[in-house]
Design a protein around this ligand. Sequence first.
Ligand code: COA
Ligand code: MG
Length: 282
Amino acid sequence: MSARPYRSVLYIPGSKERALEKAKTLPVDAIIFDLEDAVAVEEKTNARALLAETLSTADYGGRAKIVRVNALDTEWGHADVEALKDVGADALLLPKVDSAEDVQALAELAPGVAIWAMMETPLGILNAAQIAAHPALEGFVLGTNDLAKDLNTRFRADREPLLTSLQMCMLAARAHGVVAVDGVYNAFKDDDGLRAECEQGRDMGFDGKTLIHPAQVEITNAAFAPSEAEIDLARRQIAAFEQAEADGQGVAVVDGKIVENLHIVTAKATLAKADAIAKLEI
Ligand code: COA
Ligand code: MG
């Protein structure tokens, strides 16, 4: 689990001035400023310049700023990195990562800059562990649309065809202490569908979800934040466990369930997350 909240991670096409402005008022934990698939080929060069200028001057408050560059084997990738590596972004996000060598290639172009990886190709999923292990790699973003395309899966509300891939990314991310953010929900007017998919991702362990539209922010923030009931339970578990320890016991019981040291680790993480959310300046 990340110390910094990444509940809501909003994509903004780097070419859309209005959306770049609007994002300053949205309560999102992070923004992905996109130069890749949300930007048309004829807009690539303008978007790069607009984004470099915007990020050098604009104030996005406490929102994490992540720039998605084009892949390095495209005609735009190298120039994107050159223009965006020193504008104060928190990370560069590399699309269609297949292997740790792809991460290394970006690390050599942008030394000292944190790298996030789009996990969206079959090869990338199979290599998730080596990608997560790269020293510059700090975050995974699931690219479920690209992945579904390459796997030739059909859309299913329960995402069963994607679950193995999602879980392989979770395993790799947690094994190497990397943030993991779930893929987008395309039907941005379907609140119930979004809520269900947020809850599924949250239950799998994702830190948050990528979003395509401001209308998705509120539901996502709520789904990935500890609920009042979870906060209350965490407090009661900690109190009961401290009492048990004072009584010379290693185990407590709360609401009919056993509470051991490992549950206290989770309870403290829940409180720390709630605290970090409360302190966010977004
Ligand atoms: N980030 C910030 N603001 C956004 C936004 C986004 N991703 N999407 C829409 N907005 C803003 C619009 O600029 C508009 O602002 P305004 O009130 O100042 O005019 C407002 O939200 C309402 O937008 P709306 O008219 O409902 O959306 P739209 O029809 O213009 O656009 C999409 C719909 C899906 C095309 C647009 O949301 C989008 O481009 N999303 C990002 C797609 C993307 O990045 N994909 C790549 C990764 S999957
Ligand atoms: Mg993609």
